[in-house]
Design a protein around this ligand. Structure first.
Ligand SMILES: Nc1nc2c(c(=O)[nH]1)N[C@H]1C(S)=C(S)[C@@H](COP(=O)(O)OP(=O)(O)OC[C@H]3O[C@@H](n4cnc5c(=O)[nH]c(N)nc54)[C@H](O)[C@@H]3O)O[C@H]1N2
Ligand SMILES: Nc1nc2c(c(=O)[nH]1)N[C@H]1C(S)=C(S)[C@@H](COP(=O)(O)OP(=O)(O)OC[C@H]3O[C@@H](n4cnc5c(=O)[nH]c(N)nc54)[C@H](O)[C@@H]3O)O[C@H]1N2
Ligand SMILES: [Mo]
Length: 785
């Protein structure tokens, strides 16, 4: 099969988010997955009491769900899981791994659900069917031979609280804290930043706060594609006249206008709701400066108000009683000139003042953010700067106010709550010892970047992947793939075939599991499971559809099987008993974390679930000093080291790698980025027209992108076609995961090690369509020629 590059079709999208475009897109995917009947029936149970939790994003599910409580992308995720297509043993009989490595991400997953446990056979270069017993036995043998700290137990963020709790116990009973998860590439900047600033690692906002707020600030999150159900509370807030102020380099459609596809009146009528009342196209990495500008403006307003005998805009009583560190922050802000702030943020002084003015007038304000904040070298400082802005006006710990990081995977926040972390200080080691006889290793394990470093230097020898497509999601994929081939053990628990399954280690297994939409029967009894959403709400769910194959096992059963085969009787845990009845796992979770999970079995079925207690919501600051912290960023610059390396090079642009409207992470549903008007391809780079002209290119031309630091390592991606786009000068955007070879492994946020996937310095070079030129080829919309 030969792949060719189809030409991008670009036509600016003129419609609102949601609306008919969204309805049409849902029908399309149901049809393509041949899942019309199954998925349509399932969609009625999505995010409903006694139904299943959407497998897509982590946005909160309301207590009183809409008749159809799902969005376009949730429906796509459901259809993707319930597809009638299958990738069974016969498929692997006819395809070698060498051959499959030429397939695109789209082709691989499009082929359908995995059905049987498989083991890689090097002699034939194929996966061969094995029994579950043989697989567990074989993997257990390899694990027993390996040094525990040379094995990594990755979790993608989808697994339930039950599976996640068992998985981390298994890793620790085996002898390691190597428990990276997808939040290491995502919201770890949040966990680190918020813990330090307000004493909790998660957001404080709940759905009810949307009803009480007076102002919403929105930074670096693409709500229309990545958490569309949030458009409902945003729309309702707008209908109450609440201002929404957005900061994003791109004019993302979901932040501009929305038509509720579930409202016949709106669908048939001419009106859409304007979402943002102010839209600030901040430069990539310019948020520190933008917020510093807002604070500078607020200080001026405060002084003026006080001089005139009015109440100031800084909440002095709150600051006095609850915080520390304001003075150094204000003196740093005082030191920044407006010219510097304008230059670094890409916004005008009046834009920053306008945002500050509206914010300062609001009695209760909340702040929502996503990957545009966390995936930067300054990701942790970005998060803390947003907290600074909230603390100035006492906007944490009262209704209608707070900080709202929008988490990615549907249970990524919950996994952390039940012990998936490389840091033993974050788990109750004494309880694990007392209850299960497990000695938690005292030293830190590896998070994602450290796991990658270990794979490169050979100190990591085994990898167990509970979901995810690690080898595509991590940075520096061009360097990581060859290193990965040196692993002794690669075990992947998955629902669909992906790249991480195709680069074999010495011993490689592929273990197919039930999806969350499917009924999970153990000993003939249907089991329930629980998740925690972005707003800290824990709820119970059940699968509603028959499993895609009789040979699939539930994730809980797979973890139990691996643990039994590896640890034998050596651990004090009744793995088989837990597998047979998940309420026993919940009992154990409640014993380990009683403050959060007491009366778990009853409370998980309460309408709307239950909230995990968060001290910050009560203005109880679980920080070392007992006060919330203002944190002064050491500098307003993103990428200081790069600036030194590329000083004076005007041809260097900042690249952000992001998601289209037609993908879930590395799962590519199709080649339509409807809201951004791009169709038929993902091989594009969005550039400002002035940069295109200045650098001597033209729209439609093909380029290779080259990383502009560490020139001794060649990092290139292409060919990508230029799209002239509304993006600030000096900035570029292209799709993830295709551009991951451009992100150096060491290029991560200080303090959290989240890869800085939103700020990669690159240079642009003319390329031929389809030319190799040493660049990594992007598999394109697959046309056989
Ligand atoms: N349909 C769908 N839903 C998803 C996912 C998916 O792939 N598809 N992924 C899930 C996961 S795991 C996650 S983590 C979330 C991700 O959801 P998002 O947080 O929305 O992540 P991205 O799509 O990477 O987009 C980040 C946004 O940040 C903006 N941005 C980039 N750099 C900057 C900057 O410097 N400053 C500011 N202010 N903005 C910036 C970009 O223009 C873009 O709008 O979504 C989850 N939900
Ligand atoms: N350059 C760049 N890189 C990034 C990002 C970025 O914005 N830019 N974003 C980062 C972020 S925020 C994240 S979260 C990562 C995520 O990146 P991924 O690892 O791609 O995330 P997933 O969607 O979990 O992985 C998809 C795979 O999960 C498997 N799967 C699906 N459902 C299930 C299930 O129920 N159980 C099991 N066991 N497996 C299942 C399927 O086989 C599928 O192939 O990528 C990160 N990488
Ligand atoms: Mo994520």
């Amino acid at each position: 099969m030969q792949l060719i590059h189809s030409t991008a079709r670009f036509r600016p999208y003129t419609h609102a988010s949601g609306g008919w475009g969204s309805a049409h897109s849902v029908l399309n995917i149901l049809w393509r997955e041949q899942a019309m009947g199954a998925a349509s029936a399932a969609l009625l149970k999505q995010n409903k009491p006694k139904g299943f939790a959407c497998v897509s994003c982590a946005w909160a599910k309301p207590e009183h769900p809409h008749a159809l409580e799902f969005c376009e992308n949730g429906a796509k995720a459901t259809a993707w899981e319930l597809t009638s297509r299958r990738t069974g043993p016969d498929f692997f009989d006819t395809h070698t791994l060498t051959e499959l490595r030429d397939w695109s991400d789209y082709q691989l997953e499009q082929h359908g659900r995995l059905t049987h446990p498989m083991r890689y056979d090097a002699a034939t270069d194929r996966y061969q069917q094995v029994s579950w017993e043989t697989a567990f036995e074989g993997i257990g043998q390899q694990l027993k031979r390996l040094e525990p700290d040379s094995v990594v137990f990755y979790a993608s963020g989808r697994a339930s609280l039950e599976t996640s709790f068992m998985y981390q116990l298994f890793a620790r009973a085996y002898g390691t804290n190597n428990l990276p998860d997808s939040s290491n590439m995502c919201h770890e900047s949040t966990s680190v930043g918020l813990q330090h600033s307000i004493g909790v690692p998660v957001g404080t906002v709940t759905l009810a706060d949307f009803e009480h707020t007076d102002c919403i600030l929105f930074f670096g999150q693409n709500v229309g594609s990545n958490s569309p159900r949030m458009l409902h509370p945003l729309q309702e807030a707008r209908k109450r006249g609440i201002p929404i102020i957005s900061f994003n380099p791109l004019r993302e459609r979901g932040l501009e206008r929305f038509v509720n596809p579930q409202s016949p009146k709106e669908m048939l009528g001419p009106d859409s709701t304007a979402i943002s009342t102010q839209y600030h196209q901040v430069k990539i990495g310019g948020d520190l400066a933008a917020v510093a500008g807002m604070i500078k403006a607020m200080v001026a307003m405060d002084q003026q108000a006080r001089a005139e005998g009015r109440e100031g805009v800084i909440d002095r009583a709150f600051v006095e009683q609850h915080t520390e560190g304001l003075e150094p922050l204000l003196s740093a802000v005082d030191g920044y000139t407006w010219t510097a702030l304008e230059q670094r943020s890409g916004l005008s002084r009046s834009a920053m003042e306008a945002a500050a003015f509206v914010y300062a007038r609001a009695e209760r304000a909340m702040l929502v953010y996503g990957m545009g904040i966390t995936q930067h070298r300054q990701g942790v400082h970005n998060v803390q700067m947003l907290v600074n802005l909230l603390l100035l006006r006492g906007n944490i710990g009262k209704p209608g106010a707070g900080i709202c990081p929008v988490r990615g995977h549907s249970n990524v926040q919950g996994q952390r709550t039940v012990g998936i972390t490389e840091d033993p200080a974050k788990v109750p080691a004494d309880k694990l010892q007392a209850l299960f006889g497990i000695q938690v290793p005292p030293h830190k394990g590896r998070a994602t970047v450290e796991a990658c470093e270990g794979i490169v230097d050979g100190s990591v020898k085994g990898f167990i992947g509970l979901g995810g497509n690690f080898l595509r999601a991590i940075p520096d994929t061009g360097r990581m793939e060859p290193a990965w081939a040196g692993l002794a053990l690669n075990v992947q628990v998955a629902t669909k075939l992906n790249r991480s399954h195709l680069v074999p280690a010495e011993h490689t297994w592929l273990l197919p599991c039930l999806g969350r939409i499917e009924i999970d029967r153990q000993q003939g009894v249907e089991q329930a499971y629980t998740t925690e959403d972005s707003t800290g709400v824990v709820r119970g769910w059940r699968g509603t559809r028959e499993p895609g194959s009789e040979s699939l096992l539930a994730e809980v059963a797979i973890v139990a099987g691996l643990a039994e085969a590896t640890l034998g009787q050596a651990s004090g845990i009744d793995w088989a008993g837990w597998r047979d009845d998940y309420s026993r796992i919940r009992q154990a979770i409640a014993q380990v974390y009683p403050a959060i999970f007491h009366d778990f079995e009853q409370r998980m079925w309460q309408p709307g679930g239950f909230h995990r207690p968060l001290p910050a919501v009560q203005r109880d600051w679980a920080t070392p000093s007992g006060k919330a912290q203002f944190v002064t960023p050491p500098s307003l610059d993103e990428n200081q080291d790069e600036h030194a390396a590329v000083a004076g090079q005007h041809d260097v642009l900042q690249l952000m790698t992001l998601r289209s409207n037609d993908q879930f992470n590395t799962t590519v549903y199709g080649y339509e980025d409807r809201f951004r008007g791009v169709s038929g391809t993902r091989s594009v780079v969005f550039l400002n027209r002035n940069d295109i002209e200045r650098l001597g290119f033209r729209p439609g031309q093909w380029l290779t992108l080259r990383t502009a630091v560490e020139p001794e390592v060649r990092r290139e991606v292409g060919p990508l076609q230029i799209i002239a786009y509304d993006i600030p000068v000096g900035c570029a955007a292209a799709y993830y995961p295709e551009c991951n070879p451009l992100v150096p492994l060491w290029h991560y946020a200080e303090g959290s090690k989240v890869p800085a996937a939103k700020s990669v310095p690159v240079t642009l070079h003319a390329a031929q369509p389809g030319a190799q030129g040493g660049a990594r080829q992007i598999p394109e919309k697959d046309q056989v020629v």
